[in-house]
Design a protein around this ligand. Sequence first.
Ligand code: PRP
Length: 183
Amino acid sequence: MEVSDVEKDVTEILVSEEQIRSRLAELARQIETDYSGRDLLLVGVLKGAVMVMADLARELNRHVSMDWMAISSYGSGTTSSGVVRILKDLDTDISGKHVLVVEDIIDTGLTLSWLVANLRSRGPATVSICTLLRKPEAQRMTVEVRYVGFDIPNEFVVGYGLDYAEHFRNLRSVATLAPTVYS
Ligand code: PRP
């Protein structure tokens, strides 16, 4: 879906499809270098990370394994509740493995700080984070992030996996949601 398909619902394109593609290529080159000679397990966090996982994984010119977790920290609103629940756990035993968590966005940091602690308790060799988007102004928990696509302002954004009430995930770019949609 293009912004022109939902032009009344979004105010501006924050990160274009082309910017996402080229930044993911840069991150992929860094990841290839950093994990050279080591097995790598990508852990995608459903549902928002589906797009970045699909595109980052295909951009990597090496073997990777992929697994998924589903964690819920939001309802259908626009603010973080801080409540974290595992809806779907990994299929893989990660002990001794190099794990790279792939996320669409770090907002307050509550989800990722909880998730990293949870994964570390399972005895992996390393756990690092790759996120397409980060909102530094919204961050309430310090999360060490190794790979960041874009730092963005503290606005409600949708697209490229990010939803509002389950809509907009299939928008090709990342765009700011018009306040009329949620007010
Ligand atoms: C989003 C996003 C992160 C989390 C970030 O997921 O994918 O997992 O919120 O927010 P935080 O830093 O404030 O914790 P969400 O709970 O909306 O689920 P979804 O991926 O299924 O849309």
